[in-house]
Write a protein that binds this ligand. Structure first.
Ligand code: GBH
Length: 485
């Protein structure tokens, strides 16, 4: 009889682990120190867009509480912290000819200094969805390639200048899939464009998401070029993009068409934005389905893009069952003409329910996706820049019970193990992991009712922070694996 051998698991001795946040979700102080409005400030004022009618007006008040955030990070033993910068604090009107706001630069500069003093490595995201509102009004924001690329590159350069001597890890964009699909197809994120006229008077979901994705890629590559030419040689830092992506399992593993559909779904959600960076073109499956609606790269754009990742920033939360659809794809389709399901052919769920309708934990999918990415893109260095879960009904519990978040502890434990197996068994090159999130925060269209924090934030009582069990157990989880490969 063959004995079951447990897979090996391990992470490198210098593995960076910690927690992630994003500016609009935690900072608050949206009108303070000259900060200009962003498209999210505006979006939140529209009736029905945010579940509980809230906004990032106060959020976790991190603009005034970075000292507490760092203290919290210290308490967890984290080695790294990923945060994002609010563009409209740096340039309130956003554009390359608009005034720079020194107060904004000082805020982030001090944050970086304080993190380094606390022995915490900063990972900085330049764009986590909060575009200056003025750029949307001025020229249509992400839809305008020439203007957007020039303005983003200028914004990026200002930050490389201000922080580049101390920040070694830069992320250009967080999840362009979300900006494009949630913002310009489904219309559930700012600026809310969609073809659904009951939701918005503007938008064309058959074309705009593909234009937005394209423009973000060019803006990413343009900023990377500036960084490499003007800064990296001096400071030795690295830069990449962060892409979200779920794992796909066939609804019926016996059905060849469902197996092919899984690959196509992953190409539509991930390879859409990664293939251009590694290969200089979109996946064939997308060209086939979208035809001329998918923009084309000029030779210069191609050259700019290929090789523009020093690392692959991976945001990952869950998995789905995928069933192929027969017949031609809907012009509004963005998933490769498939059904995205929570149960397989026999009614087995992919994972337990959480507070987020889209999120069912399924740790084996994490290992499989890390391997899928590694195989396709030639074993890139990977930083997991987000991974985490909400818990069904968490917000309705008394605080004492929220702090005992065993469901989240188990989620982190199983996902970190899956990643450590991908490294030790599959030869993947994962070098960092940032749990989402350091603390409960403004969960976009879900408002504050959905909590993703490893720390409880008491919104009714001065945004006081209370670490949950998951925040305190993370170090123990990582200690098992670090230095074991
Ligand atoms: C992350 O995205 C974000 O980076 C972070 O800001 C956020 O707080 C965190 O997730 C938790 O939500 O049901 O069609 O609307 C994760 C990737 C992809 C997850 C889109 C939600 C919604 C699909 N997201 N998905 S839909």
């Amino acid at each position: 009889m063959v004995k079951d051998i447990a897979p090996k698991a391990g992470l490198s001795a210098d593995f960076l682990w910690g927690f992630a946040t994003a500016s609009y979700q935690i900072e608050g102080a949206t009108t303070e120190d000259n900060r200009g409005p962003s498209i999210w400030d505006t979006f939140c004022t529209l009736p029905g867009k945010v579940a509980d009618g809230t906004s990032g007006l106060t959020a976790c008040d991190s603009y005034h509480r970075t000292a507490q955030d760092i203290e919290l990070l210290r308490k967890t033993g984290a080695k790294a912290y990923r945060f994002s910068i609010s563009w409209s604090r740096i340039i309130p009107l956003g554009g390359r000819n608009d005034p720079i706001n020194q107060a904004g630069i000082q805020y982030y500069s001090k944050l970086v200094d304080d993190l380094l003093k606390a022995d915490i490595v900063p990972l900085v995201t330049l764009y986590h969805w909060d575009l200056p509102e003025a750029l949307y009004k001025r020229y249509g924001g992400l839809l305008n390639k020439e203007e957007f690329v020039a303005d983003f590159t200028n914004y990026a350069r200002i930050l490389f200048d201000a922080l580049g001597d101390r920040v070694q890890h830069w992320i250009t964009f967080n999840e362009p899939w979300c900006s494009a699909i949630l913002g310009y197809s489904l219309g559930v994120h700012a600026p809310g464009h969609t073809s659904d006229r009951t939701k918005s008077p503007v938008g064309d979901a058959s074309t705009e998401p593909w234009i937005v994705g394209h423009n973000i890629l060019i803006a990413h590559a343009s900023a990377v070029k500036v960084y490499r030419e003007e800064y990296a040689s001096r400071s030795g830092g690295e830069i990449g993009i962060t892409l979200n992506g779920d794992w796909a399992e066939p609804w019926d593993p016996e059905d060849e068409e469902d197996r092919v559909a899984c690959e196509r779904k992953t190409e539509f959600s991930i390879a859409w934005l990664a293939d251009p960076i590694y290969f200089g073109h979109y996946p064939a499956s997308m060209v086939k389905q979208l035809g001329d609606r998918l923009p084309k790269f000029t030779p210069e754009e191609k050259k700019l893009l290929v090789g523009s990742n020093d690392f692959y920033g991976m945001n990952h939360y869950c998995a789905n069952y995928i069933r192929h659809r027969d017949g031609p794809a809907d012009p509004l389709d963005f998933s490769g003409n498939v059904d995205v399901l929570m149960e397989d052919k026999h009614g087995n769920p992919i994972g337990p329910e959480t507070q987020s309708p889209w999120l069912r934990p399924h740790a084996p999918g994490f290992r499989k996706l890390i391997k899928w990415l590694s195989d396709r893109y030639g074993r890139p260095k990977i930083y997991v820049t987000e991974n985490g879960t909400s818990i069904k009904g968490e917000n309705d519990l008394p605080m004492e019970e929220i702090l005992q978040d065993d469901f989240r502890v188990e989620y982190f434990r199983s996902y970190v193990q899956a990643m450590a197996e991908a490294v030790a068994e599959d030869g993947c090159d994962c070098r960092g992991y940032m749990a989402w999130s350091l603390m409960d925060n403004f969960e976009w269209a879900e408002g504050y009712e959905t909590r993703f924090g490893a720390t409880y934030v008491d919104y009714t009582n001065g945004q006081e922070r209370y670490p949950k069990k998951s925040a305190l157990e993370m170090k123990g989880i990582f200690d098992q694996y670090i230095g074991k490969v």
